[in-house]
Ligand binder design. Structure first.
Ligand code: PMV
Length: 356
């Protein structure tokens, strides 16, 4: 019963946003900014959750929380019922995170006779930027509670362990978001790159490649719902044109999947092709009307350094990603990031496609 840490990465949509809504394939990758859960077991029955970044510090007597029946609670409203047990969950941004913890505790720990513990989760992921911060939290938490109660077979990395962790993390995401697609928790669990098509299980790509990427948060607020509705309206007005754009985006995603899985994927030809499809994917998204002047600005700056950028996620502001050539010196990334920061954007120098 020694202290331990479980961690999980965030995600970024590399290719295929918006088209994925119409059944086309999308590619997402893990981002090397992670959520870390530190678990400190102790004697007694006190359980404490501390999330210093969002002001959560809750404690309860582990014996007072009844076991959550599997599948009985899928939504926050149901979880709130548990709070009748006298657990004081704060209002505000930490509330969802606290509810996810209470749900997972009731499901995974309450019945096991486990002794008390405290768990502290910190995250390097910006919240609400489309980088999967809640999924990273859910995965790190699920892995931590499964490990604490001896339900993992190894260190969490085997296929069986990952499937277990991912399943619980998805339930955590349902508590937080209602009907998530499951792509975020899958990327956070498996790492690497993953191909996703609506209605199918996300498929991890067999890739050993990791990409240097600068992620830029324009800090321009966006409404995913309004942007998705805008694409739908355009498609209603011009079905033939918009469907061919969506098909072209699908080709971008399938080309990316091939490039990621090619055995000689680190040659310079593959890198040039990746650069091309980043640029093309952004152009297609722009044609769908989901770019924004701030995103075009990011793209102009990147182009000055011969790097390709595209928006990631819903667009209309939000985040962009810029592909950094593998041979570029560290200083090149720093220069691009500094140029973008000078325009008021926030930059993260990341590696995409690393471990889950
Ligand atoms: O803004 P985000 O990161 O939630 O991404 C939205 C992605 C869309 O394809 C535009 C919508 C969706 O539900 O897939």
């Amino acid at each position: 019963r020694r202290p331990f840490v479980a961690s999980a990465p965030g995600k970024v949509i590399m290719f295929g946003e918006h088209a994925v809504v119409y059944g086309k394939s999308a590619i997402a990758g893990s981002v090397d900014m992670r959520a870390y859960a530190l678990v400190v077991p102790h004697s007694g029955h006190a359980v404490r959750l501390v999330l210093p970044d969002i002001g959560v510090d809750i404690a309860f007597d582990g014996r007072r929380l009844p076991r959550v029946q599997p599948g009985a609670l899928a939504h926050p409203g149901d979880v709130e019922a548990l709070l009748a047990e006298g657990i004081d969950v704060p209002d505000g941004p930490g509330r969802m995170a606290a509810l996810v913890f209470v749900y997972l505790y009731g499901s995974l720990v309450a019945d096991t006779g486990a002794q008390g513990f405290s768990i502290c989760v910190r995250s390097l992921l910006p919240v609400g930027a489309g980088l999967g911060s809640s999924a990273a939290y859910s995965v790190a938490l699920s892995a931590a509670l499964l490990q604490l109660t001896g339900q993992l077979h190894g260190d969490g990395a085997s296929e069986g362990d990952r499937r277990l962790i991912n399943g619980w993390a998805f339930q955590g995401e349902q508590v937080a978001h209602g009907t998530p697609s499951g792509i975020d928790n899958s990327v956070a669990t498996y790492g690497g790159f993953l191909e996703y098509t609506k209605g199918r299980d996300p498929a991890p790509l067999q890739s050993t490649r990791a990409l240097r990427v600068v992620i830029t948060n324009t800090n321009v607020p966006k409404s995913t719902k309004a942007l998705v509705a805008g694409v739908r309206a355009l498609r209603d007005a011009h079905p033939a044109i918009v469907d061919s754009i969506l098909d072209a985006i699908h080709s971008v995603s399938t080309t990316a999947a091939e490039l990621f899985q090619a055995p000689d994927a680190d040659d310079s030809d593959a890198e040039q092709r990746l650069h091309d499809i980043v640029r093309v994917n952004h152009g297609l998204l722009m044609a769908l009307g989901v770019s924004h002047p701030s995103l075009e600005r990011v793209r102009d700056i990147a182009a000055r350094y011969r790097m390709a950028s595209k928006l990631t996620g819903a667009g209309g502001g939000g985040c962009a990603l810029t592909l950094v050539p593998s041979g570029a010196p560290k200083s090149a990334t720093a220069e691009v990031a500094a140029a973008m920061a000078a325009d008021g954007f926030e930059c993260y120098d990341t590696v995409v496609g690393g471990a889950g």
